[in-house]
Design a protein around this ligand. Structure first.
Ligand SMILES: Nc1ncnc2c1ncn2[C@@H]1O[C@H](COP(=O)(O)OP(=O)(O)O)[C@@H](O)[C@H]1O
Ligand SMILES: [Mg+2]
Length: 280
């Protein structure tokens, strides 16, 4: 009986999956959409206070992976842990509570156009509490905007901001609840190199100043080398490389080298050639 209890308790800890340092742990995650196996038994422990970057070609499952970290998708098989607690099998209401520890900046995670910058930033707060102390709320907005270099923009509407500024407001909103973990999905996509670099600098600054655990999905190698402590590459539903920039640069896997050098694979070239023949 005692042994049984111990087994049960152990099964619910990150330690049990052999990833004791992980703030978020994925254990043997398989995700299918119909016959399309997008994640095929992925296990990874996201380390506290570090910036982990997930890379891989378009459509390889990066967004699907990051969504599992916050249970926006539930796995078909496998387990997800947040700070040692298993979260893939809990109710949506409980998951919502867990999500208050996360900030996320996702593709299409747009600002509300009909709300001012300040109202957008207070939105996550208002979902969890009724704001009574407006002095404190205004100070919260000011401090979050100052973090992203936009104090003074409180009463602007999103439509009057540039793409880069809107991303920064979304980031201010993502940190409104003082998250322990921030997830970014393609944060620099659609921005020119200078605006991309401002976002990279902000990711670094937030990680340093708020001591958050950061996970970034990107295919922008300039960002990867600048912000990452650890790089994970996904290919055909599995992790094919996992290590620091040096490790990835020297990785012997052909797919890794092709990806980081931005080269087209032989198979892709073959497909292009055969299409060319067809169209002739
Ligand atoms: N909700 C969904 N329903 C069906 N298929 C999906 C869904 N979300 C993602 N997929 C499929 O999963 C694969 C990986 O998608 P995604 O994670 O968005 O790739 P990326 O690496 O570009 O972020 C793609 O084949 C995509 O079509
Ligand atoms: Mg994606």
């Amino acid at each position: 009986m005692i042994a049984d209890n111990r087994t049960t308790a152990k099964r619910n800890t990150a330690e049990a999956v052999g990833n004791g340092d992980g703030v978020i742990v994925l254990k043997g995650i398989t995700k299918r959409f119909g016959k399309n196996v997008v994640l095929d038994g992925v296990s990874v422990a996201i380390e506290k206070g570090k910036t982990t970057v997930v890379i891989g070609p378009s459509g390889c499952g990066k967004t699907v992976l990051i969504k599992h970290l916050i249970l926006l998708l539930r796995p078909n098989e496998g387990e997800v842990y947040f700070k040692g607690r298993r979260i893939d099998n809990i109710s949506e209401a409980e998951i919502n509570e867990v999500r208050t520890h996360y900030g996320f900046l996702f593709q299409g995670g747009a600002l509300f156009d009909s709300l001012t910058v300040a109202e957008n930033i207070l939105f996550p707060l208002e979902q969890h509490t009724r704001i009574e102390d407006w002095t404190a709320a205004n100070e919260l907005v000011r401090s979050k905007l100052a973090m992203v270099g936009l104090d003074g923009y409180q009463s602007y509407y999103p439509a009057s901001l540039s793409g880069g500024q809107r991303k920064r407001v979304a980031l201010a909103r993502a940190i409104a609840l003082n998250p322990e973990v921030i997830l970014y999905d393609e944060p620099t996509t659609g921005l020119d190199p200078i605006r991309s670099d401002i976002i990279n600098e902000l990711i670094l600054k937030l990680q340093r100043e708020l001591a958050v655990t950061t996970v970034v999905v990107t295919h922008d190698m300039t960002s990867v080398y600048k912000i990452s402590d650890r790089i994970i590459m996904l290919h055909e539903g599995r992790i094919v490389a996992d290590g620091d920039a040096e490790h990835i640069r020297n990785h012997e896997h052909k797919v890794v080298q092709q990806f980081i050098r931005g080269q087209v694979s032989e198979e892709d070239l073959e497909a292009l050639r055969s299409n060319a023949t067809v169209s002739q």
